[in-house]
Design a protein around this ligand. Structure first.
Ligand code: ATP
Ligand code: MG
Length: 337
């Protein structure tokens, strides 16, 4: 039986962090045996913010290295760089004819980028969701493991696929966001201000390349408060986030203990000690991240290995992209010989 196709990408805009790991990469690793997987480094997408392209190259290599260090096997999946697959750009062109200015301007991520960088509102930024749809549809992917921040983009990809199919015939399946367990994950930054991110709020984001010292320092500075004053209080989101992180990297008993302490706190008697919780979390985080960091550094320095991973990924991705593009061209009627 033909396996379902999975696709996801990460922009080489900086160092990968725990949000990327738990929102995306952890799923990639679990999916690689069950599905026909395509994972890519979205270097075209990062051009929207005009990065120094020398740094971009290093970031592309780092993203590849970090993905492999997290357990992705380049022999099982297609792990490739977006710009190595020019077929994506052609599909992007066709989909752009089906995307409307009004809907693109309403996209939450677009509005956010406009707010942050009012002097660089380029057309690439506006049509970002269209390129993303092309990334997915070029492999006819149906499952897209992403974090919660990408939900709206997936909905747009479904709309573009529907419009294409409606106009030209049924070629492109509609993709769905995917996470094991159903709920999409969002790891907040440690100050509770937005999500962890490659490009923003870096002192409050935990990176896979952070040193042990830096991890400890960032976690100890994480936002907390006086503690709950009533039994079974609702956790404020920045506290919930610390518990989420603990659930992800600590032993179940450790999580249970602190969760119990939180819920058992009652008026005038706050049991939970956030200082202790953060100390424990910091140690567990170091145990979790250090081996990934070391392995990634090793791969990143092995240029020959990187070269062969990238080449192998491009060949697999292009074979699939070419086949889809052929169907797309035929459906549109773009075959004149
Ligand atoms: P940038 O700040 O440059 O946008 P980013 O950290 O948002 O970087 P992306 O490359 O945009 O990372 O996203 C890669 C994947 O990681 C996507 O699937 C995205 O949903 C997921 N992701 C990013 N941040 C988080 C987060 N804080 N929690 C959960 N998932 C996340
Ligand atoms: Mg992002």
């Amino acid at each position: 039986m033909k396996k379902e196709v999975v696709l996801s990408g990460i922009r080489p805009t900086g160092f990968l962090h725990l949000g990327n790991y738990f929102g995306a990469m952890r799923n990639y690793v679990r999916m690689q045996d069950e599905y026909d997987c395509y994972f890519f480094v979205a270097n075209w997408h990062s051009l929207t913010t005009h990065p120094d392209t020398k740094e971009l190259k290093e970031s592309v290599h780092r993203v590849i290295a970090e993905n492999v260090a997290c357990g992705l096997d380049p022999n099982k999946v297609a792990l490739y760089v977006q710009s190595d697959v020019p077929e994506i750009a052609e599909l992007y062109l066709y989909l752009n004819m089906l995307a409307y200015k009004g809907e693109l301007e309403k996209t939450v991520t677009f509005k956010e980028k406009v707010r942050l960088n009012p002097d660089n509102v380029n057309a690439g930024l506006l049509t970002y969701p269209v390129l993303q749809a092309a990334d997915i549809l070029i492999h006819k992917a149906v499952k897209v493991p992403v974090g919660k921040d990408q939900e709206q983009h997936l909905e747009m990809a479904r709309n573009f696929a529907q419009r294409f199919n409606h106009r030209y015939g049924n070629v492109l399946p509609e993709p769905q966001a995917f996470n094991y367990g159903g709920e999409l994950v969002k790891i907040l930054s440690l100050d509770g201000n937005g999500k962890m991110s490659k490009s923003e709020n870096q002192m409050n984001t935990l990176y896979l390349a952070d040193s042990d010292e830096l991890l400890r320092k960032k976690i100890m500075k994480a936002k907390t408060d006086q503690g709950p004053t009533e039994t079974n209080s609702t956790k404020p989101d920045y506290i919930e986030n610390l518990f989420t992180l603990m659930q992800l990297v600590s032993k179940p008993d450790t999580y249970e203990k602190f969760n119990h302490d939180f819920n058992a706190s009652s008026s005038g008697n706050c049991i939970i000690r956030y200082g202790d919780m953060k100390k424990q979390l910091a140690e567990d985080m170091v145990q979790f991240i250090a081996p990934i960091r070391e392995k990634a550094a090793e791969i990143q320095h092995n240029k020959q290995l990187l070269h062969s991973i990238i080449e192998q990924g491009a060949a697999k991705a292009r074979a699939s992209a070419k086949a889809t593009l052929q169907d797309v061209r035929t459906a549109i009627g773009m075959n004149y010989t």
